[in-house]
Design a binder for this molecule. Sequence first.
Ligand code: SF4
Length: 81
Amino acid sequence: MSSSPKVDCHDCRYFRSRPYEARIEGCYLEKNMPSKQKMACLDEQQLPGKHEKINLRGDCPDFQARPKRASLWKRLLAIGA
Ligand code: SF4
């Protein structure tokens, strides 16, 4: 019997945390959200899914790893600093 490795919501591209990424912390995968708004100006009205419940056993099938951030040096070059 093989067990798949557990996934952590904090490493998932659909997870947004407070205070910089979202007003309410949670899962922003559209199908998991009780309230979703298309327009950016209505972003405050969005309700994320409860990631603790959805990924209770660490086996969420929708997990997608966040893309790696570029190094500080590459980011500074990109903004022309
Ligand atoms: S519940 Fe699943 S899709 Fe949502 S943030 Fe966690 S791992 Fe990602």
